[in-house]
Write a protein of this length. Structure first.
Length: 248
């Protein structure tokens, strides 16, 4: 009887050990699964990607400002109209189509006479100013015209600041392209960061587009609110994207 009892006790011990080992193994598997699940759920990496592309303006405008002083309002308007026609003729001679020329509104104000340090109520003369605007897809032509506006002085026209703007007509399409490339660059940077750990980059969790910087070709200037340069025919379009990826 004692031998039978000893055998039963031994079997009970063995059975208990098996149960204990099974519990430990199950716990280890469960713990490993939890860790893996948490890694898949919580481990992410954030990077900033950027992309740039040189572009050339395909449309340009020039506004030629002109002004004069006149003793009367009537005389001033007549002279302004005459000068506007001269500027128009000048632009046509340079190669601008008449339909691409527009005239700004003429503004004027009176300047009163001064006696010593005092201003009287008597009108001394009237100041007039306006502009003539021309546009063209020939960007180089607009540049050439802007360099020749000094010839208007020889025609008796007093000119002020001439505003030249160089524009890119398909800028929206370029922005979409740049966002895609900046996002791809962000992913490449993330992959480079986790390469040494043996992990891999998974799906894109979130992405936030930064401001666009449209700057002259050799400029390094950037601002928090973005730049939209119109002063140079040769530009760089720069896009920035802040992206977050899962790590697997």
């Amino acid at each position: 009887m004692s031998d039978i009892k000893a055998v039963k006790d031994y079997q009970i011990v063995i059975f208990g050990v098996i149960i204990a080992l099974g519990a430990i193994f199950s716990t280890a598997l469960f713990t490993k699964s939890v860790i893996k699940y948490q890694k898949l759920q919580n481990q992410t990496i954030s990077t900033t990607g950027s992309a740039s592309k040189p572009v050339k303006a395909d449309f340009a405008t020039i506004s030629i400002n002109y002004k004069l002083n006149a003793p009367t309002v009537k005389d001033g308007y007549n002279k302004m109209a005459n000068n506007a026609q001269k500027i128009k003729n000048f632009l046509v001679e340079q190669g601008i189509d008449e339909k691409d020329i527009t005239f700004g509104q003429i503004s004027n104000y009176e300047v009163n006479k001064r006696v010593g340090n005092y201003t009287t109520n008597e009108v001394d003369f009237y100041k007039f100013n306006s502009y003539v605007k021309a546009s063209s897809k020939d960007v180089d032509l607009i540049t050439k015209i802007s360099n020749k506006t000094g010839e208007l002085v020889n025609m008796g026209i007093e000119t002020g600041y001439n505003d030249v703007q160089y524009l890119v007509s398909n800028l929206d399409d370029i922005k979409i392209e740049m966002v895609g490339k900046a996002t791809q660059n962000a992913k490449q940077r993330a992959e480079s960061m986790v390469k040494s750990t043996g992990d891999k980059i998974g799906s894109l969790n979130s992405a936030k587009m930064g401001v666009f910087q449209i700057v002259p070709i050799n400029s390094t200037e950037v601002t928090d609110y973005g730049i939209n340069d119109t002063s140079s025919p040769e530009k760089n379009v720069i896009a920035v994207v802040n992206a977050t990826f899962t790590v697997k």
